[in-house]
Design a protein around this ligand. Structure first.
Ligand code: NAP
Length: 313
């Protein structure tokens, strides 16, 4: 059993990680009647929410790790309120840079592997080809700067760490574009949606599955961790605009009572406190080369997510 400590269990990615790890905790996992259990690694998961550890307190982070003695630390927690970050930069930095720094120091001292998530917002969006991991970073706002500082603190600590940069995360829970569109479908005849930002909508479940794939192959081999440590881009394949994403949601969502007419907007027509990169597409080849992992295409994942949403409701 690999002992895993997860921060952020109530989040979009954290919730999906709890689900994925829950299918691997031993009893009854991955068995089919009449056949032996599949030889998948098992995990002992300790998943914390804000009540279990407030990440604004680095001592609480150290104490949680000392208590759980994990072999693997997964940090799915973050300050993700991008616009509010502009008004509360210190609080945002504490969660997105201070907490990962504390986790990384504890991981280094205890020999644990740290898995951490970062964002396309570390780039300024001026490129017109998919960003690679070593392309120059230039975040446009407080959130992006805080996430970049988190990446840098982890790298500087010298701990074994895999950092997965992802983008445009949506899922069945929490606040996200998919859920907003499904809600607005019932309320509006017409919707204006930004059509000049390009990115890769990524289902939180695809991120959790990729994380488990990575851990399944490598979590039990600490000797390999230093060689695997580093930055990886991990988004759905393909890209679209928010307008294209909204169109696909209304096209693919089963059983919608009505589908609003969509009107393309320019970013300038929809001003928000935090600037967004106009181009957020990430090149994910390194994840494929090093780990053999490719996330599904964004439309396929969206279809699966919408089907799961219907099955749950
Ligand atoms: N959402 C996106 O579009 C997006 C895009 C690119 C990258 N990412 C990155 O992907 C990762 C996962 O994002 P997500 O969308 O799953 O995030 P999310 O749904 O907003 O969840 C964030 C989690 O962090 C927890 N958290 C926040 N402040 C905390 C604190 N002071 N103490 C303890 N826990 C705290 C939240 O707990 P509460 O429920 O108590 O608030 C929640 O569990 C993050 O690293 C994020 O930066 C996200």
């Amino acid at each position: 059993m690999t002992r895993v400590l997860l921060f952020g269990r109530s989040g979009q990615v954290g919730g999906e990680l709890v689900r994925q790890f829950g299918q691997r905790t031993g009893a009854g996992a991955a068995t089919v009647a009449g056949t032996p259990p599949l030889p998948q690694p098992a995990y002992e998961l300790n998943a914390l929410d804000r009540a279990g550890c407030d990440l604004s307190d680095p001592d609480a982070v150290h104490a949680a790790i000392a208590r759980a003695k994990p072999q693997v630390i997964v940090n799915a927690a973050a300050w993700t309120a991008v616009d509010r970050a502009e008004a509360e930069p210190d609080a945002c930095h504490r969660i997105n840079a201070g907490a990962p720094a504390a986790m990384a120091a504890a991981a280094r001292d205890s020999g644990a592997l740290l898995v951490h998530y970062s964002t396309d917002y570390v780039f300024d969006g001026s490129a017109r080809r998919p960003y690679r991991e070593d392309d120059p970073v230039a975040p446009l706002g407080v959130y992006g700067r805080s996430k970049l500082a988190g990446e840098q603190a982890i790298a500087a600590s010298g701990c074994a760490a895999v950092i997965l940069r992802t983008s445009w995360v949506y899922g069945l829970t929490g606040q996200n574009f998919l859920r907003t569109m499904l809600r607005l479908a019932g309320e509006r005849e017409e919707l204006g949606v930004v059509d000049d930002q390009q990115g890769s909508p990524t289902w939180s479940r695809s991120i959790a599955r990729a994380t488990l794939q990575l851990l399944d192959a490598h979590a039990t081999d600490p000797a390999a961790w230093p060689g695997l440590s580093g930055l990886y881009h991990a988004t759905a394949s393909g890209s679209t605009t928010w307008f294209g994403f909204a169109s696909a949601i209304f096209e693919l969502a089963p059983g919608l009572a009505r589908r609003p007419r969509l009107r393309p907007l320019a970013t300038a027509d929809y001003p928000l406190p935090a600037p967004r990169p106009a181009w957020s597409v990430l090149h994910c080849g390194r994840l494929q080369e090093r780990f053999g992992i490719t996330l599904p295409g964004w439309r396929d994942a969206l279809s699966e997510c919408l089907a799961a949403n219907t099955a749950n409701s």
